[in-house]
Design a binder for this molecule. Structure first.
Ligand SMILES: [Fe+2]
Ligand SMILES: [Fe+2]
Length: 480
């Protein structure tokens, strides 16, 4: 069988020769109805019978892997797709550097590896749950379709992780696969595992910020896992990254289009001061300071996903060869990090200071730094739009100490510039930095659905090009 082609004959599309792997095929077929129940209960609310113009992976060939067509979401062909195996691939870092990559789970790392897979797996259904109400307020059919595309692919990412659990982790894996369908985002008793995945995504600006910031954390984690010496995990993550790129595209262009609409409306109305919030809001667009506050919120919540700056778990996973650095294979050093150091921002004697830490312990910090650099590139593109229209305003990422709940800065309150504030000052100034109830209410007041093909809500500009090169008035969702 050609690995680039996907076998669509059975219940579960796959390129892992599932037909010959009776035990895993049965396990997945047994898991399938529970998955569909979960999708029907927790997937996009109100649109399960609508026909959505979606892409489905039909190959893992980078040159052409997707096919577009109208699909009812519960009929989407969620499958198990791994990037092709690379001949002679080795463990590329840590104490096993230079050994053959593992095709089976190394016994001594079983628990650590299972935990990495479960944590990644848990984020996938969580975001579907967080976004399930958004279809009802979509600003266009184009945006609605993009939301649903992201949702079905997060569902497929859950399949990707569940395949690993079922194939490589025996009874424990089966139990973890069930538990992934039981937890619920935001549920007080059975929440999802990570904080940002229990927050609400109440409006479309939140959705775009989430896909820009939080899906980008997903990209960084997948990049680190794609380096894994456990080859099936690496191959799974490599293909997931292909899909993930679209999620970040949705976020980045979504925010860009909101910014563009705001700046154009200001220009047309002759408003040059971006801080004249009430005047700008009267135009029915979202003022730039509020967009900044939303970015502050989503950026800070996402930074918490990188864990503590100094982490023995991260050190152990690297040392074992299970989770590498961002683009490990392109870095030029010994890939073992037994002796080097890395600068870490820490809270020392009540002040925020840089301190050199052992490079192995500082891996979360390093991945987070790579993440922040990647975010900054996107923010720069947003600022170009503002600048080109001629509005004097610059969006900025807040300081990494701002609004943190995990790691070095969770014990302090800092403003967006990293100045430490007293609790009283933080309470007084919180609404300068983060969306207030009034901000949220205003955004919510704009969230009126627009379901005419080719029409867009007044607070967001149309995209430059359609999906799959479709014309502007294409009916991306046939609502039933
Ligand atoms: Fe994902
Ligand atoms: Fe994603």
């Amino acid at each position: 069988m050609n690995i680039a082609q996907v076998d669509y004959d059975g219940l579960i599309p796959n390129n892992v020769a599932l037909g010959k792997d009776v035990r895993v095929k049965r396990a997945l077929e047994k898991w399938h109805p529970g998955y569909l129940n979960w999708w029907n209960d927790m997937g996009p609310e109100g649109f399960q019978q609508s026909l959505v113009y979606l892409r489905t992976a039909v190959s893992v060939d980078p040159k052409g892997w997707a096919k577009f067509d109208y699909v009812r979401m519960p009929d989407y062909r969620w499958g198990v797709l791994l990037a092709p195996q690379q001949e002679g691939r080795k463990v590329n870092f840590g104490m096993h550097k230079g050994e053959e990559a593992w095709q089976e789970v190394p016994g001594e790392y079983r628990a650590m590896l299972r935990r990495l897979v479960v944590i990644q797996g848990d984020t996938e259904p969580a975001s579907v749950e967080q976004q399930r109400h958004l279809g009802k307020t979509a600003p266009s059919l184009y945006d609605m379709r993009n939301l649903f595309q992201v949702n079905v692919e997060e569902g497929r990412h859950l399949w990707a992780m569940v395949y690993l659990l079922q194939k490589y982790f025996g009874t424990d894996g089966r139990e973890e696969a069930e538990a992934l369908l039981q937890r619920r985002s935001g549920d007080p008793d059975t929440p999802r595992m990570l904080g940002a995945f229990n927050e609400k995504t109440p409006d479309w600006l939140s959705f775009f910020m989430f896909t820009f910031f939080t899906d980008r954390d997903g990209k960084m984690q997948l990049e680190a896992l794609a380096q894994s010496g456990f080859d099936p995990l690496s191959r799974t993550c490599r293909f997931m990254l292909t899909e993930e790129a679209h999620h970040m595209f949705v976020g980045e262009t979504g925010v860009t289009r909101i910014i563009q609409r705001t700046c154009e409306a200001m220009k047309d109305a002759g408003i040059s001061d971006p801080h004249e919030i009430e005047k700008v809001r009267k135009l029915g667009v979202i003022d730039l300071p509020t967009i900044q506050k939303k970015a502050n919120l989503h950026f800070s919540l996402t930074l918490d996903l990188f864990g503590s700056e100094i982490s023995t778990n991260a050190a152990n996973a690297f040392h074992a060869g299970l989770k590498g650095r961002y683009r490990e294979d392109r870095l030029k050093d010994d890939h073992q990090l037994e002796s080097g150091t890395y600068p870490v921002l820490r809270l020392i004697d009540g002040k925020i200071r840089n301190e050199d830490a052992p490079a192995l312990s500082a891996l979360n910090m390093r991945l987070r730094d790579d993440y922040v650099a990647d975010c900054n590139n996107g923010v720069g593109r947003w600022n170009k739009v503002i600048n080109d229209i001629g509005i004097p305003f610059e969006l900025k990422l807040p300081h990494v100490a701002f609004h943190r709940h995990i790691g070095e800065f969770s014990s302090i309150k800092a403003d967006v510039n990293g100045e430490i504030l007293s609790d009283a000052d933080w309470q007084k100034r919180r609404n300068e930095f983060l969306p207030s109830d009034a901000d949220r209410n205003f955004i919510e007041s704009l969230m009126k659905p627009e379901t005419q093909p080719g029409k867009f809500a007044g607070w967001i500009a149309p995209p430059k090009v359609g999906i799959d090169n479709k014309p502007g008035d294409f009916e991306y969702v046939k609502i039933v």
